[in-house]
Design a protein around this ligand. Structure first.
Ligand code: FMN
Length: 291
């Protein structure tokens, strides 16, 4: 949409709002409405709600990747197919990759929005290359800055105070996708080298939950939150006490969402501070990830 069209849409919307005596809708809402005549499917993966918050701005009913993975025939066809997930060490969560490997996607326009908290480095390029070599050709990949939920390095109490301009940036992304823009976010390597990133990825993607997650049994009230928010089903209360085992996604949904602060990592910036996106409920995380 060019500037003239945009002004026309905004002018009509303001006039209509004036006549109806209601507040005018935002530019983003107008663009979202326009996409409604196209069939759009949006898939997401989330641990602390950032990616679900973004996915909900792109679709009224985004589909959770951990839930879709339980289905038998993973064939999806639409006018637009989108993916929203977090950046993990300038790469993509294993569960998202597993989904792409197992499923088939047919759409003339494919987009991805990657949420990140501090430095996206070359994650868009990484995802573009990986997805392409697995048969998924993205037309558009962008990144969006949000709270960084990486507990070893960041204090959640500090992170929530920083204005990351998410709404402004998201309005741009909604416009891009609505207009079927072709774009892959450029890499900003800074002081990172590809070897350093590979080392970080090897470390993060080879963890076992029983080694990574520490339980304080005195604090645990067996509320089952961890058993429901883990996308890998690595927590169990079947034996009467909490058992933790299995290949870990390193998403930190268990640690971040534990209401008792009974779960932690060996080394954290602030063990007292936990995060979930303010507009996403614990139930939404459970529904998205429970196994
Ligand atoms: C294991 C792990 C690795 C991460 N790596 C990065 C990173 O390399 N760069 C970055 O900016 N954010 C990184 N993050 C932060 C998340 O990408 C960011 O907070 C994201 O929005 C969380 O999304 P969610 O709330 O949907 O789970 C990492 C988080 C985790 C848990």
């Amino acid at each position: 949409m060019d500037r003239r069209d945009a002004l026309k849409v905004m002018g009509t919307s303001l006039a209509a709002a004036f006549m109806m005596n209601v507040a005018p809708r935002t530019h983003a809402a107008i663009l979202k409405d326009r996409a409604k005549d196209r069939k759009r499917i949006v898939f997401y993966f989330t641990a602390t709600g950032n990616s679900l918050f973004i996915a909900k701005q792109l679709s009224d009913s985004p589909l959770s990747i951990p839930q879709e993975l339980k289905k038998a025939d993973l064939i999806y066809e639409a006018d637009e197919i989108g993916f929203v997930f977090p950046d993990y060490a300038a790469a993509v969560p294993v569960i998202v990759r597993e989904f792409v490997e197992k499923a088939q996607f047919k759409a003339p326009y494919i987009f991805s929005v990657i949420t990140f908290g501090n430095a996206s480095v070359n994650v868009a390029e990484w995802w573009n290359d990986w997805a392409r070599s697995n048969g998924l050709n993205n037309n558009y990949i962008n990144t969006i800055l949000m709270v960084d939920n990486y507990l070893p390095v960041f204090d959640m109490n500090e992170q929530i105070k920083i204005d990351k301009k998410t709404d402004e940036n998201m309005a741009g992304i909604i416009g891009d996708i609505s207009g079927h823009k072709d774009f892959i976010a450029p890499s900003e390597m800074g002081w990172f080298t590809k070897e350093m990133l590979q080392g970080m990825q090897d470390m993060h993607f080879s963890q076992k939950s029983e080694q990574l997650i520490k339980l304080d049994a005195d604090k645990c009230i067996q509320c089952t939150t961890c058993t429901e928010v883990c996308p890998r089903g690595n927590f169990s209360l079947a034996s009467g006490e909490l058992q933790i085992s299995g290949k870990c996604e390193f998403c930190l949904a268990c640690v971040q969402n534990c209401p008792q602060h009974a779960l932690s990592l060996e080394r954290e910036r602030n063990k007292e501070a936990r995060y979930r996106h303010p507009d996403i409920s614990l139930n939404e995380i459970k529904r998205a990830n429970r196994q």
